[in-house]
Design a protein around this ligand. Structure first.
Ligand code: PLP
Length: 470
């Protein structure tokens, strides 16, 4: 296959993409497959000779689409969304064509400079002060890891990078149990050790308070341990919990401990000023991660980390061997020095396209609709006999359950086997509950209203006690 062939096949791929999206509502959201079903259809040895693209394409159509869980399906209400707005897909096609590695400014000046400007646009869009700058990572996991490594090195006065961690002081980090497992992973990978991630107790609203944080830090100091960093939850994955952001930041600042905030999902909602009370005080954070690849439409992967002062992170992660120097341009920004990997994709182009193609108003109205529709779906479910709302909507996420765990599990299995919608589960204080999050870029009111209809249809067969007669 050469570039002229690619011209033809790209047109066919664009048509395929349009048809695929137009037909999504007719497909089951979750792949109805058993493990191994796809692998069994592939030969076990690689081809020795080139194959015609027609044959490759035919196999793709035969094997792959039916083997996918359709993340862009308008009735994908599972996990959190990974939205790909059409303008984002278009930008990614252009990025694919240029296929750059934007590791330093010189290797793709436009990639670096569009990224700098997009960070500025997004900081304004979510209401952060001008002082914030930042970078784009592949994932929130890597952004949080970068923040944890930076907080670790600050606490060690940058000795860990050189001397390693053995024999050093016992560093302590603080987060609530509502934070995502990527925080635990970062703590493990950064050599802190899971037992040194203090899970600070939350209040009745599942929020860490400044007082609880201050007490945990003080107890550690009194025991001779070294508080090194706080990770706050702004929109937890399980039920959308928010720590008392301003309160906790004030407590951390009073104790001289830096703060990273995980707003991977909820950060997108902060483009709507009315939701910013949920993270009031955020301007005091040292680092904030939010994923435009979740709710904003700039497709996976695109995770933004805002930094109040990038100096500490660059000192932690930056290396500039001779082969990465740009002669005579020592002052330029090389974004690989802000992140763990050296190689980096041109992720900012899709942000540029999305922000311009929909405008902040267009994006806000989608998010506001999702939240309003989630509340409506919650009310419809609450009116069904046997259904109990376990956690109330936080932005567009809430949970519900039936009287007992087996019945709730059976209901979830039936819903997902049916395929018209896709929901996932969590545990709330030990109780198994079904999560509903509304956030698909293309979903409409009717799609969301189907949730309660489907639950109602399946309810009778899942409840252990018969429903009372009307
Ligand atoms: N933080 C929160 C709140 C999340 O919900 C997730 C994933 O859903 C993550 C972090 C990890 O995100 P990523 O997949 O970008 O690493």
């Amino acid at each position: 296959m050469d570039h002229e062939d690619l011209r033809q096949w790209s047109k066919r791929a664009a048509d395929w993409a349009a048809d695929y999206h137009a037909g999504l509502r007719d497909r089951p959201v979750r792949a109805p497959l058993v493990p191994g079903a796809v692998a069994r259809q592939l030969p076990m040895t690689p081809p020795e000779s080139a194959e015609p693209m027609e044959a490759i394409w035919a196999d793709f159509e035969r094997i792959v689409p039916d083997g996918m869980t359709h993340w862009q399906h308008p009735r994908f209400f599972a996990y959190f969304p990974a939205n790909a707005a059409p303008a984002s897909m278009l930008a990614e096609q252009l990025v694919n064509a240029m296929a750059c590695n934007a590791l330093i400014w010189q290797t793709s000046p436009a990639a670096t400079e569009v990224e700098q400007v997009m960070i500025g646009w997004l900081a304004q869009a979510v209401g952060l002060p001008e002082a914030f700058t930042g970078t784009i990572h592949d994932s929130a996991t890597n952004a949080t890891l970068s923040a944890v490594l930076t907080m670790r090195e600050k606490a060690l006065d940058w000795r860990g990078l050189d001397e390693g961690l053995s024999g050093g002081p016992m560093l302590r980090f603080y987060a609530s149990a509502e934070t995502h497992s990527s925080v635990d992973k970062a703590i493990r990978v950064a050599g802190i050790g899971q037992r040194n991630l203090v899970k600070v107790a939350v209040d009745g609203d599942r929020a860490m308070t400044g007082a609880a944080l201050a007490a945990a830090i003080a107890a550690d100091r009194a025991a001779g341990l070294v508080p090194a960093g706080v990770i706050l939850c702004a929109g937890g994955t399980s039920v959308g919990a928010f720590d008392r952001i301003g309160d906790c930041i004030a407590a951390a600042q009073a104790a001289g401990v830096p703060v990273h905030v995980d707003a991977a999902w909820a950060g997108s909602a902060m483009i709507c000023p009315e939701f910013r009370t949920l993270w009031a005080g955020i301007e005091g954070a040292d680092s904030i991660v939010f994923n435009p690849h979740k709710w904003l439409g700039a497709q996976f992967d695109c995770s933004v980390q805002f930094l109040r002062d990038p100096g500490a992170q660059v000192r932690t992660l930056g290396l500039r061997p001779t082969y990465l120097e740009t002669a005579g341009r020592e002052e330029i920004v090389n974004f690989n020095e802000w992140t763990v990997p050296l190689g980096r994709r041109f992720r900012a182009l899709k942000l540029w396209f999305v922000l311009r193609a929909y405008g902040l108003e267009g994006l806000r109205s989608r998010i506001r609709n999702h939240i309003a529709w989630a509340i409506e779906a919650r009310d419809q479910l609450a009116a069904l006999p046997g259904v109990e709302i376990v956690t109330e909507p936080r932005l567009s996420l809430f949970t519900f359950a039936l009287e007992d765990e087996a019945a709730t599990e059976a209901l979830l299995a039936r819903i997902n086997d049916d395929g018209r919608i896709y929901l996932t589960q969590t545990r709330v204080d030990g109780r198994f509950a079904i999560r509903v999050q509304v956030g698909s870029f293309d979903c409409c009111h009717e799609d969301v209203m189907l949730i309660a209809k489907i639950v109602e249809e399946m309810l009778a067969s899942c409840l252990s006690k018969p429903l009372p007669l009307p």
